[in-house]
Design a protein around this ligand. Structure first.
Ligand code: ZN
Length: 252
């Protein structure tokens, strides 16, 4: 039985059918349907919490209480979020042998929760992981959540009383070089890059699709609004990921 697809969807299906090494590059727009706020959009988190105070690395080193105040406000949202159709479609594309890695700016762990087994390169870290800045031991998210709930104090390391930091990359915190290197490795290797829910506004993460393009990859954009680099797109689909991606993947 043949299905009717609109021309853009048909083109996306054709491109994916003819590809062998797809990489997905994901931004906040992939997780908004799971209830995770898009920090940058008007009315988003950063209009309520000045990121220069609540999410800046240098401020965190001196006054971690601001960061933990933010965590108290949004921690529950992250904790209760479930993967959506976008995350699940990427798992299906992986199972079809097409998708080889995911590079993401999200730190919500939803792609892992959806069941992805391929490498997930997290450019901005992972809010589910944390460590002690003093003794370097990993700290469980469960321990942190419990302490945030029972006391207004900032949580401290259960082993040495030292400072805890989550694995989220804060503003003005340098990206780990090995993570960028791994992202560039996959970008140079892929034949198609799906850019999903990212405005490509944040440097240096936004250079990854350009690196793929330079290495010869076809870029497909699915985003609610135009991005900073739409001119490099072979195909640009304006709208919800949850409306496009499941149909595309089912047609492959
Ligand atoms: Zn410690």
């Amino acid at each position: 039985m043949s299905h009717w697809f609109d021309p853009q969807t048909s083109l996306a299906i054709d491109i994916i059918k003819n590809s062998k090494n797809i990489i997905a590059f994901c931004g906040a727009g992939l997780s908004t349907a799971s209830g995770i706020p898009d920090f940058r959009s008007p009315g988003g988190l950063w209009s309520q919490f000045d990121p220069e105070k609540y999410a800046d690395y240098n401020v965190f080193l001196k006054n971690p209480e601001y960061y933990w105040e933010l965590e108290r406000k949004i921690g529950k949202i992250f904790l209760n979020a479930k993967p959506n159709n976008g995350h699940k479609s990427l798992v299906k594309l992986e199972k079809k042998g097409k998708l080889k890695a995911i590079i993401t700016q999200n730190m919500d762990n939803l792609q892992q929760n959806a069941g992805s087994k391929i490498p997930i390169i997290e450019l901005h870290g992972n809010a589910q992981k944390a460590y002690c800045m003093d003794c370097k031991k990993p700290i469980s998210r469960k321990y942190i959540n419990k302490n945030l709930k029972k006391s207004e104090e900032i949580p401290v390391c259960p082993y040495c009383g030292g400072r805890i930091k989550t694995d989220v990359v804060l503003f003005n915190e340098p990206l780990a070089q090995d993570i960028m290197k791994t992202a560039i490795f996959w970008a140079e290797k892929c034949d198609v890059m799906l850019i999903l829910g990212s405005y490509l506004a944040v440097y240096p993460a936004n250079q990854i699709p350009l690196i793929a393009k330079k290495a010869g990859a076809t870029l497909i954009f699915i985003n609610n609004e135009p991005t900073h680099y739409d001119k490099y797109a072979t195909l640009r689909m304006l709208g919800k990921i949850g409306s496009y991606l499941p149909i595309i993947v089912s047609g492959v």
